[in-house]
Write a protein that binds this ligand. Structure first.
Ligand code: COA
Length: 291
């Protein structure tokens, strides 16, 4: 096993931001801009004001100190962590000295169990899922267009026609729909991830869209589960997608359906002139999902 020192002899002085009596050492760096460090601030030391480049959790493991963020000062003691969102102007200091573990990453979620979650639906909508056919193209296009108009789901901005969707059936799929009383209310589709690379032939991108009036009643989950099952049957070993961080419903659906958040693409593309980040999600299937 590797061991890492972070005692006083192994930390380095912080020179930026007119800091005084502050020391740090990086213990590990992860994918994207993820980093774990240990910070030591001597009595009377300070790390001067600067904007946080990424989200940050600053957990005091010894001593006490303060974080001033956007002009407001918060006292920290041993056993308490300050949470500094990306972009916030902040400074840190200590009168008595402190040691803190600092975690920095592109998108940190604190207390995931408290993240916005719809209360359990009193009226789940019962749906039947099945493989889609060309005859479903018009219904799929209509539901897709609603999602495009909402502006939270995709970089696409043009409405979709039946003809656009019919072309999807030339690909390997799978494509599934969910029906309520014989009417299509949702669809999910897998499309090749990198069709130009044979090595990725069993990896697919997926999309899932629920008609506006049927959202929030378990239909998305039923439809995505059906796609996962059909993809596994088709021999795919992974489904991936990208989700806008603001699309809480889609992130919640993916978490609930066993997807993992891999990381964040920053400024992945522009939607209506605005840069948008994307959360990357994946779920392993079949043999790839075995331990
Ligand atoms: C994203 C979408 C497919 C989710 O489908 P849905 O039928 O509304 O979701 P469900 O009712 O099946 O809920 C699935 C989970 O997400 C949670 N959820 C649903 N809507 C939510 C919301 N607005 N905020 C937070 N959580 C939400 C549910 O509580 C549920 O969690 P649980 O299984 O742990 O109880 C649907 O909202 C939609 O079509 N949106 C527009 C298109 C889109 O964004 N597609 C995804 C593109 S990547």
């Amino acid at each position: 096993m590797e061991t890492l020192w972070f005692d006083a002899g192994h930390t380095h002085p912080i020179h930026e931001f007119e800091s005084q009596g502050a020391f740090a050492v990086t213990l590990a760096e992860g994918a994207g801009r993820a980093r774990v460090s240990v910070v030591r601030i001597e009595p009377g030391g300070v790390i001067g004001s600067h904007p946080a480049g990424v989200d940050q959790v600053f957990a005091v493991v010894e001593g006490s100190g303060w974080i001033a963020i956007e002009g407001e000062r918060h006292e920290l003691v041993e056993g308490r962590a300050g949470v500094i969102p990306r972009g916030s102007m902040h400074s840190k200091g200590s009168e008595t000295g402190l040691t803190a573990v600092m975690v920095q990453a592109d998108r940190l979620r604190t207390r995931p169990e408290e993240h916005p979650k719809r209360p359990p639906q009193e009226t789940p909508i019962q749906v039947q899922t099945r493989a889609a056919t060309r005859a479903d193209a018009a219904a799929i296009a209509e539901i897709y267009t609603e999602g495009i108009e909402d502006g939270l789901a995709t970089f696409e901005t043009e409405p979709r026609t039946s003809a656009d969707v019919e072309a999807w059936f030339e690909g390997p799929g799978p494509i599934v729909v969910a029906e309520r009383d014989g009417r299509v209310v949702a669809w999910a589709a897998a499309t090749p991830y990198r069709p130009d690379r044979a090595v990725y032939s069993s990896v697919a991108e997926f999309s899932v869209y629920v008609a506006r009036e049927a959202r929030g009643h378990g239909v998305g989950r039923a439809t995505l589960d059906a796609l996962v099952q059909a993809s596994e049957t088709a021999g795919l070993w992974k489904l991936v997608s990208r989700i806008f961080p603001e699309n809480e419903a889609s992130l919640a659906l993916c978490r609930s359906a066993g997807f993992r958040e891999v990381g964040l693409y920053r400024r992945h593309a522009k939607l209506r002139g605005e840069w948008r980040d994307c959360v990357i999600v994946e779920r392993l299937l079949g043999e790839a999902a075995e331990p």
